[in-house]
Design a protein around this ligand. Structure first.
Ligand code: SF4
Length: 120
């Protein structure tokens, strides 16, 4: 048996959660989550943590040098570093519109890297 103590990041309340795992890393209990979202967050965090990634992508041929981007859905936490390498190499041609895709299905995750603002 082992324990993981987490601060829930599913909402600003920041509840302290304790997850108990058995020797096969299966969740035995979740304590301290005051709602279902927190319980789900805690179980996912100790088994397959996911994160939304925000960054910027270079814009070519326009006035703005970069445009803000994010993943369309959460991706596995362990892929964030490799995803950032691809994002740093990517470019979008001006003009960029909200929702334009800089990278489709990044690292086979099913997530697209999409623009979250306009860039001329
Ligand atoms: S457990 Fe629920 S109420 Fe507490 S921080 Fe997480 S989402 Fe918010």
């Amino acid at each position: 048996m082992s324990e993981r103590n987490l601060i829930c990041i599913a909402c600003p309340r920041g509840c302290a959660i304790k997850v108990t795992l058995d020797d096969n890393n299966e969740v035995v209990s979740v304590e301290g989550a005051t709602c279902k979202n927190g319980d789900t967050y805690a179980r996912n965090e100790v088994t397959h943590p996911m994160r939304n990634l925000t960054s910027t992508v270079k814009v070519t041929g326009g006035i703005a040098p970069v445009v803000p981007v994010k993943t369309s859905i959460d991706i596995p936490k362990e892929l964030l570093f490799d995803a950032m390498k691809l994002i740093n190499e990517a470019t979008l041609p001006a003009p960029v519109h909200i929702g334009d895709i800089a990278i489709k299905n990044i690292l086979g995750t099913g997530a697209d890297i999409i623009a979250t603002n306009e860039a001329k």
